[in-house]
Design a binder for this molecule. Structure first.
Ligand code: HPA
Ligand code: ZN
Length: 346
């Protein structure tokens, strides 16, 4: 998809002004573009079935979360060295900056790399260097959220947390991702309690394929501060009231929802407007942009076209993204003021 957010975000007379936004739901491994995958495979001597990017991309036709995850995990075998992790994160942050992203809270899946025999210090080394350089070179602030693969179980999650704690200063929180149904949040109560005791922020994917009960459990048993996806929360009016009353953010990913058929088969049927009408604190994000048709700007542009979003609604989504972030209050105020400035000068 093109970078057409500039069509709605560009200020008259200035081709460069972008609406500032935070991205809160992006899996760095899901930003592995086929071109970079081929480059890393060649660099690391890894055999791929083909080195033709277009042929590789043809496999990206999904009908469920699992159909995507199978390919996503397979592709990650090309990541071997600290430089590979650095290049992956830098490519994402560079592309995100071009979309107006001023702050990103980025998921990563260490268990996948550990299963590929990559030491955790290699993963942290590459990602941390990339995030540091993005702050200096791109003026983008960011933090890492370490996700547990729910289908690997609770013991593996706890072991992963233990292995990561020597790098405690390199990540801001923990999350829960991968196959959802059959792996409810309740399985992970102990590891989230441990993470909380370490001062880590907590989020979880819930209500992507699982029902509202998964969202309730994530809130009540894991103490999460944001719900990733959460579309199926709309099925339960009491849950909607809870999310609204406590202003618990939902990090929504429209192109992902359509690609994986988890919310609607068509963007025009996406529940975003219902969520906004219900007074929910919703943000728009890209999830796995290399697989689902685009980055955060592509998601915003596609939703603007499908749902006829107004500039004021786009401003609200941008403000929500900073409000829902884990930034210190002073930074939230500063970034929200940037959105106001953008609005005033539009
Ligand atoms: N859902 C759950 N787990 C994931 C996803 C997703 O969209 N992307 C990467 N891991
Ligand atoms: Zn996700």
């Amino acid at each position: 998809m093109s970078q057409t957010i500039s069509a709605s975000a560009t200020q008259p007379g200035s081709a460069t002004a972008l609406r500032p936004i935070a991205e809160l739901h992006v899996h760095v491994e899901g930003t592995l573009e086929v071109e970079l995958m081929v480059k890393l495979a060649r660099r690391n001597g890894i055999v791929l079935p083909t080195y033709d990017a277009d042929v590789l991309r043809e496999k990206y036709k999904f009908d469920s979360l699992q159909s995507f995850l199978d390919i996503y995990y397979e592709n990650l075998a090309v990541l071997k060295t600290e430089d590979d992790f650095y290049d992956l994160a830098t490519a994402y942050l560079t592309r995100a900056a071009a979309a107006g992203v001023r702050h990103a809270e980025i998921f990563f899946d260490p268990q996948t790399h550990l299963l590929n025999d990559i030491p955790i210090e290699v993963v942290f080394g590459g990602f941390s260097a990339a995030l540091g350089d993005a702050r200096t070179n791109l003026d983008v602030s960011s933090g890492l959220i370490m996700c547990f693969l729910r289908d690997q179980g609770a013991d593996a999650a706890m072991q992963t947390l233990e292995q990561a704690l020597p790098f405690r200063d390199s990540f801001i929180g923990v999350g829960l991702d991968s196959a959802e149904v059959g792996f409810p949040p309740s399985l992970f109560t102990d590891v989230f309690a441990r993470a909380s005791a370490e001062g880590l922020r907590r989020v979880a994917h819930a209500g992507e394929e699982g029902g509202p009960d998964y969202v309730w459990e994530a809130l009540d048993l894991l103490g999460v501060e944001r719900i990733d996806h959460g579309n199926r929360a709309l099925e339960d009016p009491y849950l909607v009231a809870r999310l609204r009353d406590e202003q618990i953010p939902l990090t929504v990913c429209p192109l992902s929802n359509v690609a994986l058929r988890t919310a609607s088969s068509d963007l025009s049927q996406h529940p975003l407007l219902n969520m906004l009408d219900e007074g929910l604190l919703v943000t728009i994000n890209s999830d796995d942009p290399a697989y689902f048709g685009g980055y955060i700007d592509d998601n915003l542009t596609a939703m603007t076209e499908a749902l006829d979003l107004s500039p004021a609604q786009l401003d609200t989504l941008a403000e929500n993204s900073f409000t829902a972030s884990f930034l210190p209050e002073a930074d939230k105020i500063r970034y929200t003021a940037e959105v106001s400035k953008y609005r005033a000068e539009r």
